[in-house]
Design a protein around this ligand. Structure first.
Ligand SMILES: *Cc1c(COP(=O)(O)O)cnc(C)c1O
Length: 227
């Protein structure tokens, strides 16, 4: 597994997809999804210049953050249990999976305690998949309206996961829906909310996501190989 080469390929595909969509490649942040990978493997990606990583388990993140260089930027993706929020701190740059009021309340409580604000994205279940986390599109306005009552949490945009079995056209539809939702939510002012980021696209569909406006892509297997 040549991680440096894989990273080079992914970066160049991001660049091409951006240009094809008439966008600048530096509008798109590559998150290397390092979940399940040992720190030594993540360090290889760091050696190759990658600084932004995403993990989905808080305890795994805690271990890695202490072993890897302090200039790594850490994102949390995947379902976040409320009883794990107490382990978070300022070394988490962005939580991609704010999907319910109980999590919002817990983040507020910890943010208040620690004297800091947690940055988040609202996870939206664009595929309306029962098995998946995320707010439904029609629930997002009420949720964003409530954010003003939680001053230690800010929302910076939206995140979605395409359905596993979806066709290319369906996936494209989910990504487009997320962008249109962001654009429409931008029309109103919600205190505590800056509706700008779109976290969408993984190994199998990041180019499609870039064509639909992704500002962050979350790529694991294409960089690190199979888990
Ligand atoms: C694992 C994971 C990814 C990365 O998936 P790959 O197929 O390895 O690129 C992206 N987003 C989320 C939420 C994940 O859990």
């Amino acid at each position: 597994m040549d991680i440096e080469q894989n990273l080079g390929q992914v970066r160049s595909r991001i660049g091409q997809a951006a240009l094809a969509a008439g966008r600048s490649p530096d509008e798109i942040k590559l998150l290397a999804v390092s979940k399940t990978m040992p720190s030594s493997v993540i360090a290889e990606a760091w050696q190759a210049g990658q600084r932004v990583f995403a993990e989905n388990r808080v305890q795994e993140w805690q271990e890695k953050v202490s072993l890897l260089p302090p200039d790594c930027e850490w994102h949390l993706i995947g379902r976040l249990q409320t009883n794990k929020v107490k382990y978070l701190d300022g070394r988490v740059t962005l939580i991609h999976s704010l999907d319910r009021f109980s999590l919002l309340a817990e983040l507020e409580k910890q943010g208040f305690k620690q004297g800091q604000t947690f940055s988040t994205l609202l996870q939206v279940n664009t595929a309306r998949d029962q098995a998946k986390a995320g707010l439904l599109k029609e629930e997002t306005e009420d949720f964003l309206t409530a954010v003003k009552d939680y001053p230690h949490v800010r929302v910076l945009g939206l995140m979605t996961i395409g359905a596993l079995e979806a066709s290319t056209a369906e996936t494209q539809g989910f990504f487009r829906e997320l962008r249109l939702l962001r654009d429409s939510l931008q029309q109103r002012v919600y205190p505590g909310v800056e509706m700008r980021e779109l976290s969408m696209g993984m190994s199998q569909d990041f180019e499609l996501a870039i064509a639909e406006g992704a500002t962050m892509v979350r790529v694991g297997r294409q960089i690190f190989g199979a888990r």
